[in-house]
Design a protein around this ligand. Structure first.
Ligand code: ZN
Length: 399
């Protein structure tokens, strides 16, 4: 099953009636992964975690869940991805396995809730970008994921009258082609129509519009099987202007930029140009979101920044989007009676019970936000530096 943002929301809602959950992440990528077998790596991580546990019952629970995961790794696991995430709590009947297209670091946690931080990062990396190059007769479509071209397809709709020997048939289209072998659509001279005349021009216009619609329907078909969040357009300016006229608003709002590329450009050139554009856009988008957060917080009411105000917003179930600077960590304490959350130790202000420390406070914040159907954004680079100056974490809240 494909990892989506919905998967994260579903996983965050796993409940175990106080049985601890083992969350295990393993890099199973043959290219960048472990030199020793996964069970050995897993066993090592479990041993390191066991050494930090004070409670006898917790150590026993870790051992029980670890044995279960080991049985799976040794007997049932058939690798299909580069990363593996497992969530296990045997007494609660909880068992979830996610094979991931991207590698993850080797990590093991024992917690009362699933630890989803590493998965959030992978889900962000898995977001697709579609690239559509279009001129008046051709269209080329690519989807990019994890820096690679995932799929590609080409369309050719002959525009009658545009060619000296133009036939009046149209709608010839190349079937979707597999990765690697992108056929050239023949050598059709793109010289202007020599026959001219208003009647012909109108005819050409009609066929160009039909071609644009055809390209759009192919894009739509693609999006159903391979949903994408970002769209890059490319091709001659005039054709792009035509194409924008048929582009529905829900697609237009996903356009992150326009590339000046020939339809004949090799796939590798398209890939590099699109990746660079997506990378830059991603950075700008993160910076924009952090700016939005800080502005909302400055105005008051719309957003909060800093660990304590963020914990308060999470507690009231009001988080619409949680923004975390990469690498941010902070302690978290909870009232076992009423669930009050605090950044510092002490007694609960509501029921006076002593607060207990929550293992991995940021991970807890992520799960709480997901359970509130909040969006999670882990920001990097410049956006992270700006957010760190304001406490490293913040939330845009629901009214
Ligand atoms: Zn309390």
């Amino acid at each position: 099953m494909e990892l989506t943002r919905q998967t994260l929301h579903d996983l965050s809602k796993l409940q175990t009636n106080s049985h601890p959950i083992l969350s295990a992440y393993l890099n199973v990528d043959p290219a960048t992964g472990n030199l020793v077998s996964y069970p050995v790596v897993f066993r090592d991580r479990v041993r390191a975690l066991a050494a930090t546990l004070q409670d006898e019952a917790e150590r026993a629970a870790l051992e029980r869940e670890a044995q279960r995961v080991l049985r799976f790794l040794e007997h049932d696991f058939v690798r299909t991805g580069k990363g593996l995430a497992i969530f296990s709590a045997e007494p609660a009947g909880l068992w979830e396995v996610q094979q991931l297209l991207a590698p993850v670091p080797n990590l093991v946690y024992l917690n009362r809730e699933p630890v989803l931080g590493p998965l959030v990062r992978v889900a962000e990396d898995l977001e697709r970008t579609a690239v559509l190059l279009v001129d008046k007769e051709h269209a080329r479509l690519y989807t990019l994921r994890l820096g690679e071209i995932e799929d590609q397809s080409a369309i050719f709709d002959e525009v009658p009258g545009k060619h000296s020997q133009g036939s009046w048939s149209r709608g010839m289209s190349f079937p979707a082609m597999s990765q690697g072998g992108l056929a050239q659509p023949g050598s059709h001279g793109l010289g202007g129509g020599s026959r001219g005349g208003v009647e012909y021009d109108r005819h050409i216009e009609y066929h160009v519009r039909e071609h644009m619609k055809h390209a759009l329907s192919r894009l739509d078909l693609f999006a159903r099987g391979r949903p994408f969040g970002r769209l890059i357009l490319g091709g001659p300016q005039e054709a792009l202007a035509d194409f924008r006229q048929v582009l529905p608003p829900q697609l237009a709002q996903r356009v992150i930029g326009t590339l000046t590329l020939s339809l004949e450009a090799p796939a590798e050139e398209v890939r590099l140009a699109a990746l660079e554009m997506a990378r830059r856009w991603e950075q700008e988008d993160e910076e924009r979101r952090v700016r939005e957060l800080l502005e909302g917080a400055a105005l008051g009411g719309r957003a909060v920044v800093g660990w304590t105000p963020t914990l308060q917003a999470l507690q009231f179930g009001k988080v619409w989007r949680l923004l975390v600077a990469e690498g941010f960590a902070a302690p978290c304490f909870e009232c076992p009676q009423c669930g009050y959350l605090s950044a510092t130790e002490g007694a609960c202000p509501a029921c006076d019970r002593p607060l207990t420390e929550v293992q991995d406070g940021v991970s807890h914040a992520i799960v709480l936000a997901l359970r509130q159907d909040g969006d999670i954004e882990v920001v990097a680079e410049h956006a992270a530096a700006v957010l760190r100056d304001h406490g490293g974490i913040g939330a845009i809240v629901r009214f």
